[in-house]
Design a protein around this ligand. Structure first.
Ligand code: HEM
Ligand SMILES: *[C@@H]1O[C@H](CO)[C@@H](O)[C@H](O)[C@H]1NC(C)=O
Length: 502
């Protein structure tokens, strides 16, 4: 069999010359960009950190890049480092964090490099824009999400989801022998359903679509994963060329985004037909003031991305920590026994507010394992951070919640221990300065879903802890994270489930 049809070459000389030129052009363009990249990023920098980064020698001592950064930041007298090869200033200094996120907020936008990377998936959604468009969506979303109503609505949705899907799923796993369940996967499915209901007002399970939801969830996963991987490429030129030629991962990404769009459009049309004036979901709320379908799609997709993996990630590490700290699990049960009725699985809004220890345990687990491990901005002008670090115009500035949760100078000598009590004074929860704990970011762009996320995490955690014993298969295996926008554990969290009282 011939692998290549040579006759086609002769028959189409013109087309072929064109593609040859195109090919040559692409290669030249690629080499040129590589040169620019090499010149800009100083890969010749010979300082220890840069050498270690380039040769991957940090992998000898650390499981995860974030652990190595934590080590470097702890050693730095200012709590700030600069990785010359990346042109990236990374800080764990709360004074700097306040300065970047609040005092000089205007000088540290998300910036173009970030919005270009996520632009195909997120469009003009709140997560991906700066300036007027951000301000407009922020105002509207603040108004909608700030209301007591929407928190009640979120709790209702989550409660229904726990009762009808989560508990039955865990019970059936418990009744099989030797059945290992990936808890991370369970939480990802759970939070996907919840955020879809919350954002669109429609249950992805019972959508009247020809598109099975698993397909949508998969497309959404793939799209966010591939978008995040763009940021890992040595230079944006690489993925831009792939996108231009529609090959490899970029072709896959395009396909995934098309599926996401198809679903979002169906949701929007369905909502328009069903009427939206008396509905509680986000889409209906935004529909009342926006009638540009593409814009509505972008807004809602931002919420899906922001609200989905974060919650699943927070719950996964929470249960990993509980498995190593049975005393915390027992204290959560004891507290809830005082506030809830003996056979009550599902918690009410009023009860949630009284569960101070549970709240402390959730905050404490995200101190050690923040779902968003680091977050970057781009300096608009030359600047000097409060600790004296000089920041050059156009360079990337990163604050690092993961490292900050592990800094002795912020949390004291027991900073690496999982101790919910550190958040309690006389049994009551006392919040920390948000610039020391920027798990939800802080300042002008603080997470809009914080309260909703906490309601969701606490009600899931409580329902599971009260009804089941969860045993992590290998509790001593320290987590290894996969690259992505949100912390995800490689290989998931395999657990054994046992119903309590059995
Ligand atoms: C434990 C769960 C969560 C964590 C740790 C978290 C954390 C964060 C962080 C760090 C940011 C800043 C990202 C950036 O600017 O690059 C953010 C922004 C945001 N979050 Fe969350 N989030 C969580 C859950 C949620 C949920 C459930 C929702 C929606 C209901 C949500 C909606 C948003 C939105 C809309 C923004 C963008 C705000 C803006 O740009 O003005 N988040 N979140
Ligand atoms: C919870 O209550 C039980 C029974 O009263 C007690 O034995 C246990 O020590 C308590 N656990 C904690 C962490 O307070």
């Amino acid at each position: 069999m011939e692998l290549f049809d040579y006759s086609a070459l002769c028959l189409q000389p013109f087309r072929n010359t064109l593609s040859f030129m195109f090919f040559t052009f692409t290669i030249l363009f690629f080499l040129f960009s590589l040169l620019i990249f090499v010149l800009r990023l100083k890969p010749w920098c010979q300082c220890d950190a840069c050498r270690s980064y380039l040769t991957f020698s940090w992998l000898k001592d650390f499981n995860n890049l974030c652990d190595w950064y934590t080590h470097l930041l702890a050693k730095s007298p200012t709590g700030t480092i600069h990785l010359h090869v990346l042109g990236n200033t990374i800080t764990s200094n709360p004074g700097n964090v306040e300065y970047i996120l609040k005092t000089r907020f205007d000088n540290y936008p998300k910036g173009k490099p970030f919005s270009v990377i996520l632009g195909d998936l997120l469009g003009r959604g709140i997560f991906n824009v700066d300036g007027d468009s951000w301000e407009f969506q922020r105002k509207m979303a603040c108004f909608e999400l700030g209301s007591f109503n929407i928190k009640m609505y979120a709790l209702e949705l989550v409660t229904a989801e726990i009762r009808s899907r989560l508990i039955p799923l865990l019970s059936s796993a418990a009744n099989k022998d030797n059945n290992i369940l990936d808890l991370q996967d369970v939480f990802r499915r759970f939070s996907f359903d919840s955020i879809c209901k919350f954002s669109f007002g429609l249950d992805p399970e019972c959508l009247m679509l020809n598109l099975p939801v698993s397909k949508f969830a998969t497309a959404f996963d793939l799209a966010s994963k591939l978008s995040a991987e763009r940021a890992l490429a040595p230079s944006p030129i690489v993925w831009k060329i792939k996108r231009l030629l529609n090959i490899g991962s970029e072709k896959q990404l395009k396909g995934a985004i098309n599926l996401v769009n198809e679903l979002a459009e169906t949701m929007i049309h369905q909502r328009q037909q069903m009427g939206f004036s008396k509905k509680n979901d986000l889409l209906s709320r935004f529909m009342a003031s926006i009638d540009d379908d593409k814009y509505l799609r972008d807004i809602v997709v931002s919420f899906l991305l922001a609200g989905r993996d974060t919650v699943a990630s927070g719950l996964t590490s929470f249960f990993w920590l509980l498995s190593q700290h049975p005393e915390v699990e027992s204290a959560i049960r004891n507290e809830s026994d005082k506030i809830m009725k003996p056979n009550q699985d599902l918690v009410s809004f009023e009860q949630l507010r009284e569960l101070h220890y549970l709240n402390a345990a959730v905050y404490e687990s995200m101190r050690l394992f923040p779902p968003v491990q680091f977050d970057s901005k781009f300096a608009q002008e030359d600047d000097i951070l409060p600790d004296g670090t000089f920041v050059r115009k156009g360079t990337r500035v990163t604050y690092h919640p993961y490292a900050m949760g592990r800094m002795e100078r912020i949390w004291g000598p027991d900073c690496l221990e999982f101790k919910p009590q550190r958040w309690l004074r006389n049994g009551r929860f006392v919040p920390e300065n948000p610039f020391k704990y920027p798990v939800f970011q802080a300042g002008h762009r603080v997470c809009l879903g914080k309260d909703i996320a906490l309601v969701e995490m606490k009600s899931v955690a409580l329902a599971v802890v009260r009804k089941f014993n969860i045993r992590v298969s290998d509790p001593n295996q320290a987590p290894r994270f996969a690259p992505g926008l949100t912390a995800t554990v490689r290989g998931g969290l395999p657990v054994m489930v046992q119903e309590r009282g059995d």
